[in-house]
Design a protein around this ligand. Structure first.
Ligand SMILES: [Zn+2]
Length: 408
């Protein structure tokens, strides 16, 4: 796990090791010094020096662990969740979910609010999101340093500067969302990181959810649209422009429904929440949400079950294509897709059985362990990245930022 640092200066090596240890504690929680050494591959005295430095930065504390047998109990190093906090935002089509998350992943505050009028007016959404963001930030524990902001949006995002290239279900094209939100929040030197929502869901399920033990996975977020996040061999599949993994617009049914993206028969027009509701209504069912349809199906309504089974079949059709191209070990289903799978698993399995054995025999299909908070958790994780990459550098930058604001 020790990164290759051939030719690096002593200071660069120390900073890289500091990052390695802090990242480990953030992900795994309290660890003894010896466990840090075993997992990181660093020797005892190096670990001791790094832990002391992290204690001095206020990011971790050491306390006596529970002793086993005779001898001194070893010290346990634990991240101080109130030392550094991030603002995590999940901007959905109908609402925004916001959370204040501490180092180590503790959620201090979580707020969910419906948009007043989302479609077509990005400026209004920015104002609404900034307002809920400021409200969440105001709940930060005393002394906590706000180190970053992470945002998930249901669209195609240029990661380097947070430009939302296209969010069909919000009606957005080329919106500089990170810049607008950074301005509205007054976030200064703290970068606002914006990513596709399903990419964040994949990251979260990989780090803290249902896919922690595998390195290749597909996460499918079922909402109005179908977002896909793909991680292969531990690396997010981003593609040349950063727009890879847009599986919702893979065409599965040339005679299907028109999609908001302009094409016909995209996967999301067959398995999205709207498809489920529209199909149920066309069969005379009085339903409002996808979950209504699935609940009717599981409570024994034959018509609803047929509707859900049809969607499950299309879910399987799309998955077979993805298994052949990507060869994942896990498919993690979020939102209503988890419920569709739960209610009509047989239809999905029937389709998967048509895949080449080599492509399907390793794969496990599972519901998202983080439920509807997967995107929020992933947003917090990318917001922590600058701190985890270079704790000393970022805290220095931020203290300069605080001084600058105070001087104004
Ligand atoms: Zn489409």
């Amino acid at each position: 796990m020790v990164p290759s640092l051939a030719g690096a200066t002593q200071d660069e090596v120390r900073r890289a090791n500091l990052s390695l240890v802090l990242r480990l504690l953030h992900r795994d929680g309290p660890l003894s010094r010896s466990a840090i050494g075993t997992t990181s591959g660093l020797n005892r005295s190096t670990v001791g020096g790094l832990v002391t430095e992290l204690v001095d930065l206020g990011l971790v504390v050491e306390r006596a662990g529970v002793g086993r047998g005779v001898g001194r109990p070893s010290l346990v190093v634990e991240p101080v969740s109130s030392s550094a906090v991030v603002l995590a935002l999940d901007v959905r089509v109908d609402r925004t979910v916001a959370a204040l998350v501490g180092l180590g992943g503790e959620v201090f505050t979580r707020v969910e609010r419906q948009h007043v009028d989302a479609l077509g007016d990005p400026g209004r959404i920015v104002r609404e999101v900034a307002e809920i963001g400021r409200e969440v930030l105001s709940s930060a524990p005393t002394g906590a340093v706000w180190v970053g902001t992470g945002v998930g949006v249901p669209g195609i995002v240029r990661a380097e500067d947070g430009l939302v290239r296209q969010a069909p279900n919000l009606g957005w094209t080329d919106i500089p969302f990170a810049q607008l939100l950074g301005g509205a929040l007054g976030s200064g030197a703290r970068g606002v990181q914006v990513r596709n929502d399903a990419d964040l869901g994949a990251l979260a399920e990989h780090l803290r959810g249902a896919a922690q033990t595998v390195d290749s996975l597909i996460f499918l977020a079922g909402d109005v649209g179908i977002g896909g996040g793909v991680i292969i061999d531990g690396q997010a599949l981003v593609g040349a422009g950063g727009y890879g993994g847009e599986v919702g617009h893979v065409r599965v049914n040339p005679t299907g429904r028109p999609c908001r993206c302009g094409a016909v028969g995209c996967w999301e027009t067959e398995v999205g929440a709207e498809a489920l509701v529209a199909s149920a209504r066309s069969h005379g069912l009085d339903v409002v949400t996808a979950i209504d349809v699935i609940e009717l199906a599981t409570s024994g309504d034959g018509v609803a079950l047929q509707v859900v089974q049809d969607v499950a079949t299309w879910l399987g059709v799309g998955l077979v294509n993805l298994l052949h191209v990507l060869n994942p070990q896990a498919v993690v289903l979020g939102g209503h897709l988890a419920a569709v799978y739960g209610a009509a698993r047989g239809r999905v399995t029937e389709q998967l059985a048509l895949a080449l054995p080599a492509a399907r025999e390793q794969v496990e299909v599972a519901p998202a362990a983080l439920g509807s908070d997967a995107v929020l958790v992933g947003a917090a994780e990318i917001a922590f990245e600058p701190l985890l990459n270079d704790p000393v550098g970022l805290l220095n930058d931020l203290s300069a930022d605080v001084l600058v604001s105070a001087a104004r």
